[in-house]
Ligand binder design. Sequence first.
Ligand code: ADP
Length: 319
Amino acid sequence: MKRIGILTSGGDAPGMNAAIRAVTRRAIDKGLEVFGINYGYAGLVAGDIFPLNSEDVSDRIQRGGTFLYSARYPEFANVEGQLKGIEQLKKFGIDALVVIGGDGSYHGALRLTEHGYNTIGLPGTIDNDIPFTDFTIGFDTAVSTAVDAIDKLHDTASSHERTFVVEVMGRGAGDVALWAGVAGGAQKIIVPERDFDIKEIAQEVKEGREQGNKNMIIVLAEGVMHAEDFKKELDKYGDFDTRATVLGHVQRGGSPTVKDRVLASKMGAHAVDLLLDGKGGLAVGIENNKITSHDILDLFDSKHKPDLSLYDLNESLSR
Ligand code: ADP
């Protein structure tokens, strides 16, 4: 193996640049050549491929987004799309690949490995919804952004004695809501993994207000429902001066936190080491603070499990 490629695919996440830098620098350190591929699998098929040297990745570690851009390219699920991608890999003399993305991107990585091009997947998503990893690249930054916004909402909530329903990202997973809820001192956290009763929540809000709690923050995972709909449901049981706030895409941006930069650096270097060992079709993770890897196939049979002890903790701390 002499030459590896790297691409980012699916939703962008802060820390992807740090991962690209780590892959590039580790590969160069080990005597390999590196090629960047723009726009994920779309760019692979289009041949939007160029050499990456050490300076190309300097001054990138602190920047959000991905300088290799990302794109959705559903055609890569078809064999014809994959074969077009392989043609480009041959043309550029690329022997193996690192793909940074989510679940969908891992499918592409597995297909490339099956076609004889060892490919390693790195978990790049703010949602933290990938099995066999405690954290994904971008999650810590997204939670920090959400907590920063919640802190600000506390100020205005207490000034006007309002109740805020704050919708955070996470797709079908409650991780962002759980972490942002605990760190932001939420009164209540609503996640897809736990049932809730709006009437009971209304009662809690009512009692909280009667006891003098002037800033009620309910953190709602987007996978449950929209904040505006939640507010409408809550309003049926009383006038809590409720406001719905959707944090939205700000959670996807910003300079990555220290934790995300270090995680991306460790994972990027490990991906190159796995390729040098002749391995492919693996997804890198971090479990109990150790960098690990698992067959991508096993990931598809598993379900991500959020840390629901945070839910119980918050229930106890918000009384
Ligand atoms: P994420 O990687 O964040 O889950 P997507 O689900 O949009 O994001 O997938 C990203 C890209 O991965 C898709 O646009 C497509 O190019 C590729 N992809 C998705 N599913 C498959 C599949 N079944 N086989 C091959 N490639 C896939």
